[in-house]
Design a protein around this ligand. Structure first.
Ligand code: GLN
Length: 475
């Protein structure tokens, strides 16, 4: 029998509808788990327990008063979650993992947390992250690194590392992360959970502390694909407060019962399998590709630009946008003064200021934008021939703490396999596909622009036929 904090969203909603347990009981189970294991994992920055319990009580009253029908309007009623600390939440300190915003209390809600609140979800607290989302391990958090729940001597990935570690250690039923170039898929892969990075513009960025505005994409981190679809149904869609949110129609992302892979073409980019992959990671992903083939998919080996080009493009564009976005943190309008920036943020601001300055703009920024278009075109051509791309999520298993200090480009090198689709604005997912040295390995699907439904259908089918996503670390 699962404990209540171990439930998926869809299991918990069913139980709440039938009156098998209450939201207060689920919320207490999550808070107990946080209390018991977060001393070790350090996934949280802020705990919101008092408010969460009050909201859970109110949710139970609503369910008792109206019955299961209330879930039609409030699909997440009474479901506890955690949110990365770069999403503004009214009245709750929002730090983005940085000393600059250490005491910042937003007077408004981000669209994502606002929509989740409206759907009845209960916010348990805010999770640790690399400061301003600069990094792939949580080690650039100005507070402390988060530990990987599968081995506390290893990193959980980043920048949404707290959110992924919290789901893997059953501190919540789901969490919210954000990705600019790997920050949802990476930690999901290293923590053995499901992480969905939607297409750029599918989910509003309003109220998210800006990192690189042309790629930032909020998304869910969950225990399975069904839950990812459940959350995406709530947070996706046009938002008049974010001009870059897309007016494209929001589909019902719920996986269908009769999806078949017959005639479905999955591209396997040679360039993504020929990089320096850890042999066992490569093997697990190859095994997963075989499973897809047995399920009926047509696997097509294909050419796609070498992902190394995206590192250069991402590095220049990301720094340029960071230098502009972080200029607003001047100590007058928000937070502490600029001396409080950590080393990583300072480095990125300096490089970005350089790539945008007169004389260097054409050599770096505008050239990077041109190559970005080439990367986008390359994917566009590929999707004329295939329906979905399969690849490893990360080149290796979660490294030990401290490794990232040895290389200033660590984040970019680790996120090599998610950066091309990020700069192209495409959706992607990481789902567990096995273990290497006791650590989870992630399988990645990349979809065409606004092709979230294809990603969800295929990865849900994979999870229906396998058990990799059902393993959780014992803590
Ligand atoms: N490795 C990337 C970086 O350090 C990850 C950033 C992200 O997606 N937030 O910039």
């Amino acid at each position: 029998m699962k404990k209540l904090n171990e439930l998926t969203i869809h299991e918990a909603v069913e139980g709440l509808k039938k009156g098998e347990f209450t939201s207060v009981q689920i919320t207490e189970a999550c808070l107990n788990q946080i209390n018991n294991v977060d001393k070790k994992i350090k996934a949280l920055i802020t705990l919101n327990s008092k408010n969460a319990l009050e909201e859970a009580k109110r949710a139970d009253e609503e369910i008792a008063g109206t019955g299961a029908v209330i879930f039609e309007n409030k699909p997440l009623l009474g479901i506890p979650y955690l949110c990365k600390d770069n999403f503004s939440v009214k009245g709750l300190v929002t730090t983005a993992g940085s000393n600059v915003l250490k005491n910042y209390v937003p007077p408004f809600d981000s669209t994502v947390t606002g929509r989740l609140k409206k759907a009845g979800a209960i916010l348990l607290g805010k999770t640790n992250m690399d400061a301003f989302a600069h990094g792939s391990t949580t080690e650039t958090s100005d507070f402390y690194p988060t530990k990987n729940p599968w081995d506390i001597h290893r990193v959980p990935g980043g920048s949404s590392g707290g959110s992924a570690a919290a789901v893997a250690s059953n501190m919540c039923l789901f969490s919210i992360g954000s990705e600019t170039g790997g920050s949802i898929r990476g930690p999901a892969s290293w923590c053995g959970v499901t992480g969905l990075k939607p297409s750029y513009g599918r989910v509003s960025r309003y109220g998210v502390v800006a990192m690189a505005s042309s790629t930032d994409s909020p998304g869910p981190i969950t225990k399975d694909v069904k839950d990812a679809a459940y959350v995406l149904n709530i947070i996706a869609g046009k938002d008049h407060r974010d001009a870059t949110s897309s007016p494209a129609e929001v589909e019902d992302y719920t996986p269908s019962n009769n999806f078949s892979l017959k005639g479905f073409k999955i591209g396997k980019p040679i360039s993504y399998f020929n990089i320096d992959l850890e042999p066992e990671v490569k093997q697990k992903v190859e095994d997963a590709v075989k499973i897809l083939e047995e399920m009926g998919a047509e696997i097509i080996e294909m050419d796609l630009l070498d992902p190394k080009y995206s590192i250069a493009v991402y590095t220049i564009l990301q720094r340029s946008e960071v230098s502009s976005n972080l200029a607003r943190l001047d100590g007058i309008r928000y937070g502490n003064d600029r001396k409080s920036f950590g080393f990583e943020a300072k480095k990125r601001i300096m490089l970005g200021t350089y790539t945008l300055s007169a004389g260097y703009y054409d050599a770096y920024y505008s050239k990077a934008q041109k190559v970005r278009t080439l990367i986008k075109n390359d994917f566009e051509e590929a999707f004329k021939k295939i329906d979905l791309i399969v690849a490893p999520s990360m080149p290796c298993i979660a490294p030990e703490l401290g490794q990232s200090e040895k290389s200033s480009m660590y984040g970019e090198l680790m996120d090599l396999l998610s950066e091309p689709s990020s700069v192209a604005g495409l959706p992607g997912i990481s789902i567990p596909c096995g273990f290497s040295q006791g650590m989870p390995v992630g399988l990645q699907f990349i979809g065409n622009i606004f092709g979230e439904k294809d990603i969800i259908e295929v990865s849900n089918l994979f999870q229906e036929g396998t058990d990799f996503h059902k393993d959780f670390p014992s803590l």
